[in-house]
Design a protein around this ligand. Structure first.
Ligand SMILES: Nc1ncnc2c1ncn2[C@@H]1O[C@H](COP(=O)(O)OP(=O)(O)OP(=O)(O)O)[C@@H](O)[C@H]1O
Length: 301
């Protein structure tokens, strides 16, 4: 049984300006214990898919299951199997951190949960904040409480929706350290993120969405090795010869050229020399997930 199953999920929004097909037949499974990444440009449908998974929105067609529980017909069991860390800071300002976590435990019918609450507080760098009032906390500390809140019922599936957007380095590291540990202990993790380095470092498998469709679904290493894996980077003020210009990704003075192997790199350098293009800060590196992402999104455009 997969931890999460998306089966031909569609979602159509009807508005004054016509209809938007936010999801167009999304199907994939996430197996128990996976650290899975969901990537896609703005408007690709990531948030819509997560909202349907969480039972906050209803699909127009298809099915979604969490640990075998349908998110519509078996909502309570599906919801109990999920720990969702939301994008937005939503909290009740009148309670302390510990009270907030006790109340959340109560929603799931858990009494005597303080040992786990203490462990959550310790692992999220909140050990000395248990009696602090929610409204006294900084934004970063509130976000840590939201993570603790999502995990209070020890859900087998953890969903992190852009958890590190606008978050400082220290919290990112605390969060990743803890989530990686939970994943090693058997929790399934579904992460949506705009930080591709994060997805590359953490996720074993990745789905890329575009215009509501899955345009890539593979292990992170296969996605990386399937692309031209060598990248030539340099700076120049000169115009590139047309054959290279057609293949290059240019950002201001920075030029990046993908190559399949060393011989192709040599040919490109030869072409630059022949055209008299002066290059600075030349480096040859491996393609990263961002290159793969832009390549796939470009092809599908
Ligand atoms: N409530 C809504 N009413 C109408 N259209 C919507 C609604 N919610 C989302 N959409 C549209 O559905 C599409 C998918 O949006 P969604 O928020 O799921 O994308 P996303 O991948 O999460 O993007 P981002 O990275 O910007 O968060 C977009 O075209 C969006 O405008």
């Amino acid at each position: 049984m997969p931890a999460v199953r998306f089966d031909h999920v569609t979602k159509t929004f009807r508005g004054a300006r016509g209809t938007v097909q936010a999801l167009d037949g999304v199907s994939f499974d996430i197996e128990p214990g996976e650290f899975f990444g969901l990537l896609g440009p703005n408007g690709a449908g990531k948030t819509t898919l997560i909202s349907i998974l969480a039972g906050l929105a209803q699909a127009s067609g298809g099915r979604v299951e969490v640990m075998g529980h349908d998110v519509v017909s078996d909502f309570a069991a599906a919801r109990r199997a999920l720990g969702i860390v939301p994008q937005e800071l939503v909290f009740d300002p009148f309670f302390s951190v510990r009270e907030t976590l006790r109340i959340q435990s109560g929603y799931f019918g858990l009494k005597h949960n303080d040992d786990w609450i203490d462990e959550l507080l310790a692992n999220l760098g909140l050990a000395d904040k248990g009696s602090a009032n929610m409204r006294q906390l900084s934004g970063g500390m509130k976000r840590r409480v939201l993570v603790a809140q999502a995990l209070v019922h020890r859900p087998p599936v953890i969903v992190l929706d852009e958890p590190t957007a606008g978050v400082d380095v220290e919290l990112r590291q605390t969060l990743w350290h803890f989530v990686a540990r939970l994943n090693r202990e058997g929790h399934t993790v579904l992460l949506t993120t705009h930080y591709l380095e994060e997805a590359e470092a953490l996720c074993g498998r990745i789905a890329m969405l575009k215009h509501g469709r899955v345009v890539a679904l593979d292990s992170t290493s296969a996605l990386l090795s399937g692309m031209a894996s060598t990248m030539l980077r340099f700076k120049t003020d000169a115009a590139l010869p047309p054959a290279l210009a057609a293949r290059a990704r240019v950002t201001g003075r920075i030029v990046q050229l993908k190559a399949h192997d060393a011989a192709e790199v040599e040919r490109d350098l030869g072409a630059l020399r022949e055209a008299g293009v002066a290059v600075e800060d030349l480096e040859i590196g491996r393609a990263d997930l961002e290159d793969v992402f832009l390549g796939i999104m470009g092809e599908q455009g």
